[in-house]
Design a protein around this ligand. Structure first.
Ligand code: T4K
Length: 392
Protein backbone atom coordinates (compact mmCIF):
# COMPACT_ATOMS: atom_id res chain seq x y z
CA UNK A 1 0.00 0.00 0.00
CA UNK A 2 1.49 3.39 -0.90
CA UNK A 3 2.42 5.69 1.94
CA UNK A 4 0.12 8.48 0.80
CA UNK A 5 -2.98 6.50 1.90
CA UNK A 6 -1.72 6.64 5.49
CA UNK A 7 -1.66 9.71 7.68
CA UNK A 8 1.92 10.89 7.55
CA UNK A 9 3.28 14.06 9.13
CA UNK A 10 3.00 15.64 5.66
CA UNK A 11 -0.66 14.61 5.33
CA UNK A 12 -1.35 16.06 8.72
CA UNK A 13 0.32 19.32 7.74
CA UNK A 14 -1.75 19.44 4.52
CA UNK A 15 -5.09 18.37 5.99
CA UNK A 16 -4.56 19.92 9.38
CA UNK A 17 -5.77 16.81 11.27
CA UNK A 18 -4.29 16.74 14.75
CA UNK A 19 -2.29 13.68 15.81
CA UNK A 20 -3.84 11.31 18.36
CA UNK A 21 -1.39 12.58 21.01
CA UNK A 22 -0.46 16.21 21.53
CA UNK A 23 2.88 15.22 23.10
CA UNK A 24 5.16 12.46 21.78
CA UNK A 25 4.64 9.03 23.32
CA UNK A 26 8.13 7.53 23.51
CA UNK A 27 9.55 4.04 23.57
CA UNK A 28 12.10 4.20 26.37
CA UNK A 29 10.42 6.86 28.53
CA UNK A 30 12.29 6.51 31.83
CA UNK A 31 10.49 5.03 34.84
CA UNK A 32 11.09 7.27 37.82
CA UNK A 33 10.48 5.84 41.29
CA UNK A 34 10.06 7.74 44.54
CA UNK A 35 11.24 11.28 43.76
CA UNK A 36 11.58 12.31 47.43
CA UNK A 37 13.62 9.21 48.24
CA UNK A 38 15.96 10.06 45.36
CA UNK A 39 16.26 13.75 46.26
CA UNK A 40 16.88 12.82 49.87
CA UNK A 41 19.78 10.60 48.78
CA UNK A 42 21.16 13.37 46.54
CA UNK A 43 21.11 15.61 49.63
CA UNK A 44 23.16 13.01 51.52
CA UNK A 45 25.67 12.86 48.65
CA UNK A 46 26.12 16.63 48.71
CA UNK A 47 26.41 16.62 52.50
CA UNK A 48 29.03 13.86 52.29
CA UNK A 49 31.10 15.66 49.66
CA UNK A 50 31.69 12.23 48.12
CA UNK A 51 30.53 12.20 44.52
CA UNK A 52 32.24 9.24 42.87
CA UNK A 53 35.12 6.70 43.22
CA UNK A 54 33.44 3.80 45.02
CA UNK A 55 31.41 5.97 47.39
CA UNK A 56 28.90 4.70 49.98
CA UNK A 57 25.90 4.86 47.61
CA UNK A 58 27.66 2.73 45.00
CA UNK A 59 28.68 0.21 47.65
CA UNK A 60 25.11 0.04 48.96
CA UNK A 61 23.79 -0.27 45.40
CA UNK A 62 26.15 -3.17 44.66
CA UNK A 63 25.10 -4.97 47.84
CA UNK A 64 21.40 -4.51 47.09
CA UNK A 65 21.70 -5.65 43.44
CA UNK A 66 23.74 -8.73 44.38
CA UNK A 67 21.17 -9.60 47.03
CA UNK A 68 18.24 -8.96 44.67
CA UNK A 69 19.69 -11.30 42.03
CA UNK A 70 21.14 -13.86 44.44
CA UNK A 71 24.62 -13.48 42.98
CA UNK A 72 27.91 -13.17 44.85
CA UNK A 73 29.37 -10.04 43.22
CA UNK A 74 27.94 -6.97 41.55
CA UNK A 75 30.56 -4.64 40.06
CA UNK A 76 28.78 -1.39 39.19
CA UNK A 77 29.94 0.56 36.14
CA UNK A 78 29.20 3.84 34.38
CA UNK A 79 27.16 2.11 31.63
CA UNK A 80 26.43 -1.27 30.12
CA UNK A 81 28.80 -0.86 27.17
CA UNK A 82 31.86 -0.22 29.34
CA UNK A 83 30.71 -3.09 31.57
CA UNK A 84 30.70 -5.35 28.49
CA UNK A 85 34.15 -4.14 27.44
CA UNK A 86 35.61 -4.69 30.89
CA UNK A 87 34.03 -8.15 31.23
CA UNK A 88 35.29 -9.17 27.79
CA UNK A 89 38.81 -8.01 28.66
CA UNK A 90 38.79 -9.52 32.15
CA UNK A 91 37.77 -12.88 30.67
CA UNK A 92 40.65 -12.68 28.18
CA UNK A 93 38.45 -13.09 25.10
CA UNK A 94 40.37 -12.74 21.83
CA UNK A 95 40.28 -13.69 18.15
CA UNK A 96 36.62 -14.32 17.29
CA UNK A 97 33.60 -14.20 19.59
CA UNK A 98 30.15 -15.35 18.49
CA UNK A 99 27.26 -12.96 19.09
CA UNK A 100 23.81 -12.52 17.63
CA UNK A 101 23.46 -9.89 14.91
CA UNK A 102 19.98 -9.30 16.31
CA UNK A 103 20.96 -7.15 19.29
CA UNK A 104 21.81 -3.54 20.09
CA UNK A 105 25.04 -2.67 18.32
CA UNK A 106 26.86 -2.20 21.66
CA UNK A 107 27.21 -6.00 21.96
CA UNK A 108 29.28 -6.13 18.75
CA UNK A 109 31.05 -2.81 19.25
CA UNK A 110 32.32 -3.86 22.71
CA UNK A 111 34.30 -6.60 20.92
CA UNK A 112 35.40 -4.68 17.82
CA UNK A 113 36.56 -1.75 19.99
CA UNK A 114 39.09 -4.15 21.57
CA UNK A 115 40.33 -5.69 18.34
CA UNK A 116 38.16 -8.82 18.65
CA UNK A 117 36.07 -9.98 15.68
CA UNK A 118 32.35 -10.33 16.36
CA UNK A 119 31.04 -13.29 14.39
CA UNK A 120 27.31 -13.07 13.87
CA UNK A 121 25.05 -16.07 14.43
CA UNK A 122 21.38 -16.36 13.55
CA UNK A 123 18.39 -16.41 15.87
CA UNK A 124 15.35 -18.55 16.55
CA UNK A 125 12.46 -16.63 14.95
CA UNK A 126 10.08 -17.68 17.74
CA UNK A 127 12.16 -16.21 20.60
CA UNK A 128 14.50 -13.75 18.79
CA UNK A 129 17.38 -15.28 20.79
CA UNK A 130 20.50 -17.07 19.54
CA UNK A 131 19.95 -20.36 17.72
CA UNK A 132 22.50 -22.85 19.15
CA UNK A 133 22.72 -24.69 15.79
CA UNK A 134 23.74 -21.49 14.07
CA UNK A 135 26.27 -20.77 16.83
CA UNK A 136 27.78 -24.23 16.30
CA UNK A 137 28.21 -23.52 12.59
CA UNK A 138 30.15 -20.32 13.36
CA UNK A 139 32.80 -21.94 15.60
CA UNK A 140 36.32 -21.87 14.12
CA UNK A 141 39.80 -22.47 15.58
CA UNK A 142 39.96 -18.70 16.29
CA UNK A 143 36.78 -18.67 18.39
CA UNK A 144 37.42 -17.88 22.06
CA UNK A 145 33.92 -17.25 23.34
CA UNK A 146 30.19 -16.76 22.96
CA UNK A 147 28.16 -13.80 24.19
CA UNK A 148 24.52 -14.78 24.55
CA UNK A 149 22.01 -11.93 24.72
CA UNK A 150 18.79 -12.27 26.73
CA UNK A 151 16.87 -10.25 24.19
CA UNK A 152 13.74 -8.43 25.35
CA UNK A 153 14.45 -9.86 28.82
CA UNK A 154 13.74 -13.42 27.68
CA UNK A 155 16.57 -15.77 28.64
CA UNK A 156 18.80 -17.02 25.82
CA UNK A 157 19.07 -20.84 25.54
CA UNK A 158 21.47 -20.91 28.47
CA UNK A 159 21.97 -24.67 28.82
CA UNK A 160 22.47 -25.31 25.10
CA UNK A 161 24.99 -22.48 24.85
CA UNK A 162 26.84 -23.70 27.95
CA UNK A 163 27.00 -27.23 26.49
CA UNK A 164 28.44 -25.85 23.24
CA UNK A 165 30.97 -23.74 25.15
CA UNK A 166 32.03 -26.75 27.25
CA UNK A 167 32.30 -29.01 24.20
CA UNK A 168 34.60 -26.56 22.37
CA UNK A 169 36.48 -25.08 25.33
CA UNK A 170 34.92 -21.62 24.88
CA UNK A 171 34.11 -18.93 27.42
CA UNK A 172 30.41 -18.10 27.74
CA UNK A 173 29.13 -14.78 29.05
CA UNK A 174 25.82 -13.00 28.68
CA UNK A 175 24.68 -9.55 27.69
CA UNK A 176 21.78 -9.23 30.11
CA UNK A 177 21.17 -5.54 29.35
CA UNK A 178 17.42 -6.22 28.95
CA UNK A 179 17.10 -8.87 31.61
CA UNK A 180 17.28 -7.31 35.05
CA UNK A 181 14.62 -9.18 37.07
CA UNK A 182 14.19 -12.00 34.51
CA UNK A 183 14.51 -15.70 35.21
CA UNK A 184 15.68 -18.80 33.34
CA UNK A 185 13.98 -21.99 34.56
CA UNK A 186 13.01 -20.08 37.68
CA UNK A 187 16.57 -18.95 38.48
CA UNK A 188 17.41 -15.28 38.43
CA UNK A 189 19.35 -13.99 35.41
CA UNK A 190 22.76 -12.88 36.62
CA UNK A 191 23.95 -16.34 37.64
CA UNK A 192 24.77 -17.85 34.25
CA UNK A 193 27.94 -18.18 32.19
CA UNK A 194 31.17 -16.72 33.57
CA UNK A 195 29.39 -13.43 34.14
CA UNK A 196 26.39 -11.41 33.02
CA UNK A 197 26.31 -7.74 32.05
CA UNK A 198 23.41 -5.47 33.01
CA UNK A 199 22.47 -2.06 31.66
CA UNK A 200 20.70 0.47 33.83
CA UNK A 201 20.36 3.07 31.06
CA UNK A 202 17.51 5.59 31.38
CA UNK A 203 15.48 3.69 28.78
CA UNK A 204 15.62 0.37 30.65
CA UNK A 205 12.81 -0.96 32.85
CA UNK A 206 15.03 -0.33 35.87
CA UNK A 207 17.42 2.60 35.50
CA UNK A 208 20.18 4.53 37.25
CA UNK A 209 20.04 7.29 34.56
CA UNK A 210 23.25 5.90 33.02
CA UNK A 211 24.78 2.79 34.48
CA UNK A 212 25.60 -0.87 34.18
CA UNK A 213 27.13 -3.72 36.12
CA UNK A 214 28.80 -7.06 35.77
CA UNK A 215 27.42 -9.73 38.05
CA UNK A 216 29.29 -12.96 38.73
CA UNK A 217 29.96 -15.69 41.28
CA UNK A 218 33.67 -15.66 40.40
CA UNK A 219 35.82 -13.94 43.10
CA UNK A 220 38.91 -13.50 40.93
CA UNK A 221 36.97 -12.14 37.99
CA UNK A 222 35.13 -9.66 40.22
CA UNK A 223 38.43 -8.49 41.74
CA UNK A 224 40.01 -8.01 38.31
CA UNK A 225 37.01 -5.99 37.09
CA UNK A 226 37.08 -3.78 40.20
CA UNK A 227 40.69 -2.94 39.42
CA UNK A 228 40.00 -2.44 35.70
CA UNK A 229 37.11 -0.01 36.25
CA UNK A 230 39.42 2.22 38.36
CA UNK A 231 42.59 2.51 36.22
CA UNK A 232 44.04 -0.59 37.90
CA UNK A 233 44.48 1.20 41.25
CA UNK A 234 44.76 -0.92 44.36
CA UNK A 235 44.78 1.73 47.08
CA UNK A 236 46.56 5.06 46.78
CA UNK A 237 49.50 5.33 44.35
CA UNK A 238 49.52 1.61 43.61
CA UNK A 239 48.61 0.61 40.05
CA UNK A 240 48.62 -3.17 39.72
CA UNK A 241 46.62 -3.75 36.55
CA UNK A 242 45.78 -2.11 33.22
CA UNK A 243 42.51 -0.26 33.52
CA UNK A 244 40.12 2.43 32.40
CA UNK A 245 37.52 4.66 34.01
CA UNK A 246 34.34 2.61 34.28
CA UNK A 247 33.11 3.88 37.64
CA UNK A 248 29.48 4.51 38.51
CA UNK A 249 28.89 7.89 40.17
CA UNK A 250 27.04 8.38 43.46
CA UNK A 251 24.02 10.16 41.94
CA UNK A 252 23.42 7.23 39.58
CA UNK A 253 23.61 4.77 42.47
CA UNK A 254 21.15 6.95 44.41
CA UNK A 255 18.73 6.82 41.46
CA UNK A 256 19.13 3.05 41.34
CA UNK A 257 18.51 2.64 45.06
CA UNK A 258 15.37 4.80 44.87
CA UNK A 259 14.12 2.97 41.77
CA UNK A 260 14.84 -0.47 43.21
CA UNK A 261 12.10 0.11 45.77
CA UNK A 262 9.60 0.67 42.92
CA UNK A 263 10.78 -2.05 40.61
CA UNK A 264 8.05 -4.58 41.43
CA UNK A 265 5.38 -1.95 40.89
CA UNK A 266 6.88 -0.89 37.54
CA UNK A 267 7.17 -4.47 36.32
CA UNK A 268 3.53 -5.07 37.32
CA UNK A 269 2.45 -2.03 35.24
CA UNK A 270 4.48 -3.34 32.30
CA UNK A 271 2.96 -6.80 32.60
CA UNK A 272 -0.56 -5.36 32.69
CA UNK A 273 0.22 -3.14 29.68
CA UNK A 274 1.62 -6.11 27.78
CA UNK A 275 -1.65 -7.99 28.34
CA UNK A 276 -3.62 -4.90 27.24
CA UNK A 277 -1.56 -4.64 24.01
CA UNK A 278 -2.23 -8.33 23.31
CA UNK A 279 -5.96 -7.74 23.77
CA UNK A 280 -5.94 -4.57 21.64
CA UNK A 281 -4.16 -6.30 18.75
CA UNK A 282 -5.66 -9.79 19.10
CA UNK A 283 -8.13 -9.30 16.26
CA UNK A 284 -5.71 -7.64 13.85
CA UNK A 285 -4.62 -10.35 11.39
CA UNK A 286 -0.98 -10.11 10.34
CA UNK A 287 0.15 -8.59 13.64
CA UNK A 288 1.79 -10.76 16.32
CA UNK A 289 2.62 -9.46 19.78
CA UNK A 290 5.71 -11.25 21.08
CA UNK A 291 4.72 -13.15 24.19
CA UNK A 292 6.74 -14.13 27.24
CA UNK A 293 6.42 -17.45 29.10
CA UNK A 294 4.08 -17.12 32.07
CA UNK A 295 6.34 -19.50 34.02
CA UNK A 296 9.31 -17.09 33.90
CA UNK A 297 9.78 -13.60 35.34
CA UNK A 298 10.33 -10.82 32.80
CA UNK A 299 10.05 -7.05 33.21
CA UNK A 300 7.65 -7.07 30.18
CA UNK A 301 9.38 -3.83 29.29
CA UNK A 302 9.56 -4.48 25.57
CA UNK A 303 6.32 -4.56 23.61
CA UNK A 304 7.53 -6.13 20.39
CA UNK A 305 5.21 -6.69 17.45
CA UNK A 306 5.81 -8.37 14.13
CA UNK A 307 3.88 -7.34 11.02
CA UNK A 308 3.97 -10.25 8.60
CA UNK A 309 3.52 -10.27 4.83
CA UNK A 310 -0.28 -10.73 5.15
CA UNK A 311 -0.61 -7.28 6.73
CA UNK A 312 -1.54 -4.90 3.91
CA UNK A 313 0.82 -2.11 4.98
CA UNK A 314 4.60 -2.41 5.23
CA UNK A 315 6.35 -2.22 8.58
CA UNK A 316 7.91 1.13 7.67
CA UNK A 317 4.50 2.52 6.75
CA UNK A 318 3.06 1.34 10.07
CA UNK A 319 5.88 3.13 11.89
CA UNK A 320 5.28 6.26 9.78
CA UNK A 321 1.55 6.12 10.55
CA UNK A 322 2.24 5.77 14.28
CA UNK A 323 4.72 8.63 14.18
CA UNK A 324 2.10 10.77 12.49
CA UNK A 325 -0.03 10.15 15.60
CA UNK A 326 2.96 11.19 17.74
CA UNK A 327 3.66 7.59 18.80
CA UNK A 328 7.43 7.28 18.41
CA UNK A 329 7.58 3.54 17.74
CA UNK A 330 11.03 2.08 17.03
CA UNK A 331 12.46 -0.58 14.71
CA UNK A 332 14.88 -2.09 17.26
CA UNK A 333 17.27 -3.69 16.10
CA UNK A 334 16.82 -3.10 12.38
CA UNK A 335 18.73 -3.74 10.15
CA UNK A 336 20.82 -6.09 12.35
CA UNK A 337 24.42 -5.41 13.43
CA UNK A 338 25.83 -7.16 10.35
CA UNK A 339 24.35 -4.41 8.19
CA UNK A 340 25.73 -1.59 10.34
CA UNK A 341 29.22 -0.16 9.98
CA UNK A 342 31.92 -1.27 10.18
CA UNK A 343 30.46 -4.79 9.98
CA UNK A 344 28.64 -4.25 6.67
CA UNK A 345 31.96 -3.50 4.95
CA UNK A 346 33.96 -6.07 6.91
CA UNK A 347 31.51 -8.94 6.32
CA UNK A 348 29.48 -8.09 3.21
CA UNK A 349 28.15 -11.66 2.85
CA UNK A 350 27.25 -12.24 6.53
CA UNK A 351 23.53 -12.04 5.71
CA UNK A 352 23.71 -15.36 3.84
CA UNK A 353 24.11 -17.11 7.18
CA UNK A 354 21.44 -14.98 8.90
CA UNK A 355 18.12 -15.67 7.13
CA UNK A 356 15.99 -15.41 10.28
CA UNK A 357 17.66 -12.16 11.35
CA UNK A 358 17.16 -10.62 7.91
CA UNK A 359 13.52 -11.67 7.74
CA UNK A 360 12.71 -10.45 11.27
CA UNK A 361 14.45 -7.12 10.66
CA UNK A 362 11.75 -6.24 8.11
CA UNK A 363 8.82 -7.07 10.44
CA UNK A 364 9.67 -5.69 13.82
CA UNK A 365 8.19 -2.73 15.69
CA UNK A 366 8.73 -1.85 19.35
CA UNK A 367 5.89 0.05 21.03
CA UNK A 368 5.92 2.29 24.11
CA UNK A 369 5.62 0.81 27.58
CA UNK A 370 6.32 1.81 31.17
CA UNK A 371 4.69 3.82 33.91
CA UNK A 372 3.68 6.61 31.50
CA UNK A 373 1.63 4.25 29.29
CA UNK A 374 -1.96 3.42 30.16
CA UNK A 375 -5.05 1.83 28.58
CA UNK A 376 -5.97 4.98 26.65
CA UNK A 377 -2.55 5.05 24.97
CA UNK A 378 -2.69 1.32 24.22
CA UNK A 379 -6.25 1.61 22.89
CA UNK A 380 -5.29 4.46 20.54
CA UNK A 381 -2.24 2.57 19.27
CA UNK A 382 -4.36 -0.56 18.73
CA UNK A 383 -6.95 1.51 16.85
CA UNK A 384 -4.30 3.20 14.69
CA UNK A 385 -2.80 -0.15 13.66
CA UNK A 386 -6.25 -1.74 13.21
CA UNK A 387 -7.31 1.19 11.00
CA UNK A 388 -4.42 0.47 8.62
CA UNK A 389 -5.83 -3.02 8.16
CA UNK A 390 -9.21 -1.52 7.20
CA UNK A 391 -7.57 0.36 4.32
CA UNK A 392 -6.91 -2.92 2.52
N1 T4K B 1 23.36 -4.51 25.08
C1 T4K B 1 22.07 -4.39 24.72
C2 T4K B 1 21.32 -5.60 24.27
C3 T4K B 1 21.43 -3.14 24.79
O1 T4K B 1 20.14 -3.01 24.41
C4 T4K B 1 22.17 -2.02 25.24
C5 T4K B 1 21.56 -0.70 25.28
C6 T4K B 1 23.51 -2.20 25.62
C7 T4K B 1 24.07 -3.48 25.52
C8 T4K B 1 24.39 -1.09 26.10
O2 T4K B 1 23.99 -0.58 27.37
P1 T4K B 1 24.27 0.99 27.72
O3 T4K B 1 25.72 1.26 27.42
O4 T4K B 1 23.35 1.84 26.88
O5 T4K B 1 23.98 1.05 29.19
C9 T4K B 1 18.80 3.20 23.59
C10 T4K B 1 19.68 3.21 24.81
O6 T4K B 1 20.59 4.32 24.80
C11 T4K B 1 20.46 1.95 25.01
O7 T4K B 1 20.82 1.92 26.38
C12 T4K B 1 19.61 0.72 24.73
N2 T4K B 1 20.38 -0.50 24.81
C13 T4K B 1 18.98 0.82 23.36
C14 T4K B 1 18.08 -0.36 23.08
O8 T4K B 1 18.18 1.99 23.32
P2 T4K B 1 18.78 4.67 21.42
O9 T4K B 1 19.86 5.09 20.51
O10 T4K B 1 17.57 4.03 20.84
O11 T4K B 1 18.34 5.88 22.38
P3 T4K B 1 17.47 7.19 22.08
O12 T4K B 1 18.26 8.36 22.49
O13 T4K B 1 16.94 7.13 20.69
O14 T4K B 1 16.28 7.05 23.12
C15 T4K B 1 15.29 6.05 23.00
C16 T4K B 1 13.92 6.65 23.29
O15 T4K B 1 13.83 6.93 24.66
C17 T4K B 1 13.58 7.91 22.54
O16 T4K B 1 12.27 7.78 22.05
C18 T4K B 1 13.61 9.00 23.60
C19 T4K B 1 13.35 8.26 24.89
N3 T4K B 1 14.08 8.84 26.02
C20 T4K B 1 15.43 8.63 26.09
C21 T4K B 1 16.15 9.14 27.14
C22 T4K B 1 17.64 8.92 27.21
C23 T4K B 1 13.42 9.57 26.99
O17 T4K B 1 12.19 9.74 26.89
N4 T4K B 1 14.13 10.06 28.04
C24 T4K B 1 15.48 9.88 28.17
O18 T4K B 1 16.07 10.32 29.17
O19 T4K B 1 19.49 3.66 22.46
Amino acid sequence: MPLKTIRTPTDLAIHGAPPAFAEPVHVGRPNIGDRDAFLNRVGQILDNHWLTNNGPMVQEFERRIAQHLGVKHCVAMCNGTIALEIAIRALGLKGEVIVPSWTFVATAHALHWQGITPVFADIDPATHNLDPDSVRRMITPRTSGIIGVHLWGRAAPVEELQALADEHGLTLMFDAAHAFGSTYKGQSIGRFGKCEVLSFHATKAFNTMEGGAVVTHDDELAEAMRLMRNFGFSGYDNVVHPGTNGKMIEVCAAMGLANLDSVDEIFAINRRNHAAYKAALRDVPGIRVLDYAASERNSHHYIVIEADETFPVSRDDIVAALQAENVLARKYFWPGCHKMQPYRDLFPHAGMMLPNTESLAEKIIVLPNGASVDDSVIGAIGDAIGALRQRE
